[in-house]
Design a protein. Sequence first.
Length: 239
Amino acid sequence: MSVLSVEGLGKSFSGLHAVRDVDLDVADQEFLGIIGPNGAGKTTLFSLLSGEQPPTSGRVIFDGTDITGWSADRTARAGLVRTFQLMRPFESMTVLENVTIAALSVRKSRKDARRHALEVLDRVQLSDQVGGVVSTMSTAGLKRLELARALAMEPRVVLLDEVLAGLVPAERAPMIDLLRSLHTAGQTVLFVEHIMAAVMALSERLVVMHEGAVLTSGDPRTVVEDPRVVEAYLGEETA
Ligand SMILES: Nc1ncnc2c1ncn2[C@@H]1O[C@H](COP(=O)(O)OP(=O)(O)OP(=O)(O)O)[C@@H](O)[C@H]1O
């Protein structure tokens, strides 16, 4: 059964069709990769799903409810939560405070939220940095923190926007392992990623976007060999 359905979703910016007529069904516990060349509309699609931006056309059905036009806060509280490519932690706060604030959306007391935040930080292997101030963290630490803040909200579906970007190759394998553990735990995930090793290691199904539209989707190995996909990427550097 679909936990998330997108019907005819579109977004125009003064005539530019950043996202056009996208249909998508995401199954419960699916790990779905979204790829496409620069400017294909991937981040805009996430913004439409998460309520950061209203669509120009189409509908988003989440867990049986039409959430089209809901604010980002309301969407996140309903269980559809995203991370950002350009991360947005509270710089002057500690790692634990950042995750506790996110956890407060699903826990009534500060004490419960703090306990839940500590559990999530353990899951993302940041337990040794709970008291650290965010402004001094490495990119790899910040990526885990961004993930922790999303997971602390106990999302039914999490949208991960380039969680491997900026990591050096040695840091990628542990992050891929961490994402795989989310999958094993039954978390439904949509992720946008340019690093193809991660895309191929993690995706159960792959959606390719090009010029705002879905070019094709299906089994990852079949999809990446599709001549239309190869052509869409011509002239792009792939990681
Ligand atoms: N707020 C905006 N105003 C005008 N144009 C926008 C806006 N946001 C995105 N666009 C345009 O929409 C198109 C899709 O952009 P988007 O960032 O969604 O692509 P993307 O696939 O995420 O790209 P990348 O892989 O480089 O992050 C691009 O042409 C972009 O310039």
